[in-house]
Ligand binder design. Structure first.
Ligand code: PGA
Length: 262
């Protein structure tokens, strides 16, 4: 059984003070958060990570980052490494979000290298993939997703037996046209791509790994529509931007998923 995951992606929102205020307000929903069978997670800006962990942990909300460098340390001005995130109690890191691919020129290969580093450091990578509207309209969704995931799966496949636990990988399918647009994907279309992603994992890593890798949907997910995605057989949760920024809305996302997991 794969544990469902509700992951908030705060992007470049919230100062440390605002983040602390969020977690204080979230304590109002502590009973709900403590009594769910699925995981919940906030991926906060680097500057808020240190100030967030303790309070979120008390509510069983996990902490993640939104990016990291592929090297453990070095002369890379302005970058943050996996060991730095681990020390701040991060358990997850979003990698290859479409905004990073688009505005910071992150390549498929770079995302794969980061994913391997994260796994080696026992940080769970949430690798994001997804097509543009043009690509969707050209019927290229599957080929785009295959291209984006190819280097990650290849790298995992070539690991030696002591191996990284491929099952620790999380893949988020986020069609770019659905992000922040209010135009979410049809649940059945998202399910079709999630099933395709799982078939790619089967082809590279075998059916055991494929049955354990978690696939999330992201793109204009809200409390009102999250269940329609997460109840799909191949969708194990959601990566949520805008609707994760307010405590009541984040709690409502968690609560909606609890209706199908408890
Ligand atoms: P959104 O963002 O929920 O605001 O559409 C999702 C994401 O970019 O991860």
């Amino acid at each position: 059984m794969r544990t469902k995951l509700v992951a908030g992606n705060w992007k470049m929102y919230k100062t440390l003070r605002e983040a602390r205020s969020f977690s204080e307000q979230l304590t109002e929903f502590a009973d709900l958060l403590l009594n769910t069978r699925h995981e919940s997670l906030i991926c906060a800006p680097f500057t808020a990570l240190f100030g967030l962990h303790d309070q979120l942990a008390q509510m069983h909300v996990k902490l993640g980052a939104q990016n990291m460098h592929e090297m453990a340390e070095g002369a890379f001005t302005g970058e943050v490494s996996a060991p730095m995130l681990k020390e701040l109690q991060c358990e997850y890191v979003i990698l290859g979000h479409s905004e990073r691919r688009q505005y910071f020129a992150e390549s498929d290969d770079a995302v794969a290298r980061k994913a391997m580093t994260a796994l080696n450091q026992m940080l769970t990578p949430i690798v994001c993939v997804g097509e543009t509207l043009e690509e969707r309209e050209a019927g290229a969704t599957r080929s785009v997703v295959s291209r984006q995931l190819g280097p990650v799966l290849q790298a995992l496949k070539s690991q030696s037996a002591k191996a990284l636990d491929a099952t620790a990988l999380v893949i988020a399918y986020e069609p770019i046209w659905a992000i922040g647009s209010g135009r979410s994907s049809e649940a059945k279309d998202a399910e079709e791509v999630a099933a395709w992603i799982r078939s790619l994992v089967t082809a590279s890593l075998g059916s055991d790994a494929a049955s354990q890798v978690r696939v999330l949907y992201g793109g204009s997910v809200k409390p009102e529509n999250i269940v329609s995605y997460v109840e799909q057989p191949n969708i194990d949760g959601a990566l949520v931007g805008g609707a994760s920024l307010q405590p009541a809305s984040f709690a409502a996302l968690v609560q909606q998923v609890a209706t199908i997991t408890s």
